[in-house]
Design a protein around this ligand. Structure first.
Ligand SMILES: C[S@@+](CC[C@H](N)C(=O)[O-])C[C@H]1O[C@@H](n2cnc3c(N)ncnc32)[C@H](O)[C@@H]1O
Length: 324
């Protein structure tokens, strides 16, 4: 056996209970006039794998654009961050982007936080194998509910830097984003940094293509939420009775994803029944887009001071370095 495969990682498991998932689904399907489902539940093992496929799509510009910006700014980031830090990544997924930082910067420890347990474990394992000097501390948790970060017992005083790529901040409404950033600020010490990737406002046609890819991977990702509910919550929902819909909502500055009922139908979840009329939708995700100034004001108001921002030449995506 390869010596690299021997590293045993201990997962800190704060995963939301199945009951929380059921309650969120019942609440979302009961809400009127707009039914909703929280996007954090997209990510079971299938959803995480589908998201990785989305990242490789031609139409999905955010991933490659953010990676290119990161490559260009990594040495400046290194100077801002300082040496010997614990890097906390919120929503680490496949832990791909972090490798750009790990390859160049002398980080001491890495705490990937993700709600998708199996995917997190596999990604963290690969990082531990590829970076044997790095302490890897995976945490399965809902970052929107996490008030305190778990303590790194071997070095509780290690200074931190936060990392939140992928424009996942856009899944929050601006009010929720502000609340999340205030929480992050509390998890950091004065002087600690926070690196956040934020998708920028742009031509709605580019956005439309990114969320309505020709291969239908984003549609499969959206519809998988219904399959997950069937599998985990004793539900009877026919995913083929729904269409994927994603459109830019100009007044809110966000792409909204919906699942639209093709017919009048009843869906069952345990003992609960929900009625959907033809064309009625379930709102499953928001992806808010920001101007650079707009985001900086939001961060500043949350107690994270904008220090530096990098964008690509098209001004499609931005990476912000904020300081507590
Ligand atoms: C849009 S993907 C981004 C993945 C990766 N950071 C990137 O930039 O490519 C969102 C990731 O965050 C995780 N996630 C979504 N909502 C979460 C939550 N509330 N708490 C923890 N993880 C969450 C998902 O499982 C997924 O891995």
């Amino acid at each position: 056996m390869d010596a690299k495969t021997n590293i045993a990682l201990e997962l800190i498991d704060l995963e939301p209970e199945l009951e929380d998932f059921r309650q969120a689904v019942v609440e979302g399907l009961s809400s009127s006039p707009q039914k909703t489902l929280p996007c954090k539940f997209f990510y079971d093992a299938t959803g995480s794998a589908l998201f990785d496929e989305i990242c490789d799509l031609d139409e999905y510009y955010p991933t490659r654009t953010e990676i290119n910006i990161l490559r260009d700014c990594v040495s400046e980031l290194g100077t801002l961050i300082g040496d010997n830090r614990l890097l906390v990544e919120y929503g680490s997924g496949s832990s791909v982007k972090i490798r750009i930082l790990l390859d160049q910067l002398p980080l001491a420890a890495y705490m990937p936080i993700d709600i998708s347990r199996e995917h997190l474990q596999q990604s963290a394992q690969r990082i531990a194998e590829d970076y044997p000097e790095l302490a890897v501390l995976p945490v399965c948790a809902d970052y929107s509910q996490l008030t305190d970060l778990p303590v790194y017992q071997k070095n509780p005083g290690l200074r931190k830097v936060g990392f939140f790529p992928g424009s996942s901040i856009g899944n929050f409404t601006p009010e929720e984003a502000q609340h999340f950033l205030q929480n992050v600020a509390r998890q950091l010490q004065p002087g600690d940094g926070f690196i956040v990737g934020v998708d920028l406002k742009k031509d709605p046609e580019i956005l439309h293509a990114a969320y309505n890819d020709a291969k239908g991977v984003t549609a499969a990702f959206n519809l998988n939420l219904l399959s997950r509910i069937n599998q985990e919550l004793d539900a009877e929902i026919d995913p083929t009775a729904f269409n994927h819909e994603a459109a830019y909502n100009d007044s809110h500055g966000r792409v909204e994803m919906h699942l639209v009922s093709k017919t009048d139908q009843q869906i069952r979840l345990g003992d609960d029944q929900f009625e959907l009329a033809t064309d009625e939708s379930i709102h499953t995700e928001n992806s808010h887009k920001y101007d650079v100034d707009e985001f900086q004001q939001l961060a500043d108001a949350a107690g994270l001071k904008p220090v530096k921002v990098w964008t690509d030449e098209n001004h499609w995506f931005s990476i912000h370095y904020l300081e507590r």
